[in-house]
Design a protein. Structure first.
Length: 263
């Protein structure tokens, strides 16, 4: 599959856990096949995959030798809008720590969730407080030196227009997750039209039995055609399309489905 690298009208990417092994093992295996690898990070009490300096050096060597870039997905337990001030501050510190440790890799983008107080279409009982805390947290990150256009806010299960003005007002970018749009019933074409100019990362994954992050066989091909049509408009080098799945077979199946869209 090495011939698919640099063949699409976008930077082709996937996650750092397509095959069994750590970040370096996956980077070595993926480097000949994709243009970008999403570093999916977590830091829990019982386990963490935050790379040490030696691991970062190895990742940089692989990237330099294979023309590979990295997008960095902040840990899923970052709650920048949390009502609990200690949780909010801890989340800010986690983002700053990740940002600092990844600087040697010169990441293409950082993907960020604006988690609500709960899952679902209404993210909080106090939307005003939640949005205020999000804005204050983002302001703090920018004050500490994070470039806003590198921070890509991903659409989740609630309508993205709840946070759209924060994204625009602070000069942030968008991570448009097509799998989430389809799973929660949001109009893909309308989201593309509304947010594409601010989009730096696109996530592609399908659903099986109500669960996401599977291969893209369930995605209507008209959405794939729409995606490529938008990207052929001159933004190919400015946008990564990440096949966001965690299984080699599903990754390879998704590649085969994308092959007809080679430039």
């Amino acid at each position: 599959m090495a011939e698919l690298k640099k063949q699409f009208p976008f930077r082709l990417g996937t996650t750092s856990y397509v095959i069994p092994g750590d970040l370096v093992t996956n980077a070595r295996w993926l480097a000949p096949q994709v243009d970008d690898m999403e570093l999916v990070l977590f830091d829990l009490d019982e386990v963490s995959n935050f790379p040490d300096a030696g691991t970062v050096d190895k990742l940089k060597t692989i990237a330099d030798e294979a023309s590979l870039s990295y997008t960095v997905h902040f840990p899923g337990d970052v709650y920048l809008g949390a009502a609990d001030e200690s949780a909010r501050i801890r989340s800010i510190h986690t983002c700053l720590r990740v940002y600092d440790m990844m600087q040697p890799l010169d990441p293409f983008a950082f993907v960020l969730h604006f988690h609500g107080d709960r899952r679902g279409g209404i993210p909080s009982d106090d939307i005003t407080r939640w949005r205020k805390n999000l804005a204050e947290s983002i302001g703090c990150l920018l004050d500490k030196g994070m470039p806003g256009d590198m921070l890509c806010v991903e659409n989740l299960d609630y309508p993205f227009d709840l946070v759209e003005d924060i994204v625009h007002d602070y000069g942030l970018s968008v991570c448009l997750d097509v799998g989430h749009l389809l799973m929660h019933g949001y109009p893909v074409d309308e989201y593309f039209a509304r947010y594409f100019d601010h989009c730096r990362v696109i996530h592609l994954h399908g659903m099986q039995h109500g669960e996401d992050h599977h291969d893209i066989s369930a995605i209507d091909t008209r959405y794939l055609a729409l995606l490529c049509e938008w990207l052929r408009g001159g933004r190919a080098d400015q946008c990564v399309v990440t096949l966001e799945m965690f299984d080699r077979h599903e990754f390879e199946e998704s590649l085969s489905i994308l092959t007809p869209y080679i430039t």
